[in-house]
Design a protein around this ligand. Structure first.
Ligand code: MG
Length: 205
């Protein structure tokens, strides 16, 4: 099975390339037989669709974790600020409406459980072993480190840690995702099983 983007997926706001989507889809399809999947940083749901479609009719779900207030780079005045995602009444970025629209429009509500909170708060109360964790949240070093530290322990043995925006070359992108990728490998707890564009896939030993 390959990831066949449903009509409209290409125009969904997000930062996942087609090649990365295919790699993530394959990893999620393999993991979905082992337990639930969790994504950190769902934004408008583009990668969530990919993960949910990978589940197919397997008995699994995607926990889609995001506070939906945007990361540092999505705030007004920042490089990735998108006025369409700014709620004037609230005076804040709100990606949850777009996220919900995305999931509903692709008929995936049964496979996706939105968790609207911070990574740290949710992780502190989490007890379910996860088959796949996809880290694509805040790209500051603090945020990336926190996501790695909060969630790597909730991955089951043999589970997949997927990290987006891994750029070994600093001229191509921020270094926080690469830092946690290195941290995971250097810990001896993970081995690399795939790299596609900026998507790194590690297996927990
Ligand atoms: Mg990303």
């Amino acid at each position: 099975m390959h990831f066949t983007p449903p009509p409209g997926w290409e125009s969904t706001k997000g930062f996942l390339s087609d090649r990365e989507a295919e790699a993530l889809f394959q990893a999620a399809a393999a993991a979905a037989t082992e337990g639930p999947l969790l994504e950190i940083g769902s934004y408008c749901g583009k990668s969530t669709v990919c993960l949910a479609m990978a589940i197919g009719d397997r008995d699994s779900v995607v926990f889609a974790l995001d506070h939906h207030r945007g990361s540092e780079e999505h705030q007004p005045g920042q490089f990735y600020f998108d006025p369409e995602l700014y709620d004037e009444q609230q005076g804040a970025v709100d990606t949850f409406r777009a996220f919900r629209r995305t999931i509903e429009s692709f008929g995936l509500t049964e496979r996706v459980i939105p968790v609207v909170s911070t990574s740290e708060r949710v992780a502190a109360h989490w007890t379910t072993p996860l088959a796949l964790v996809f880290i694509d949240g805040g790209h500051s070093l603090d945020a990336a480190l926190q996501d790695y530290r909060c969630w790597s322990g909730h991955l089951r043995r043999g589970g997949t840690l997927a990290i987006h925006d891994v750029y070994p070359d600093a001229s191509r992108g921020g270094q926080a995702p690469y830092a946690i990728y290195r941290l995971a490998l250097d810990s001896g707890l993970f081995e690399e099983i795939g790299r596609t564009d900026s998507l790194a896939l590690l297996r927990k030993l």
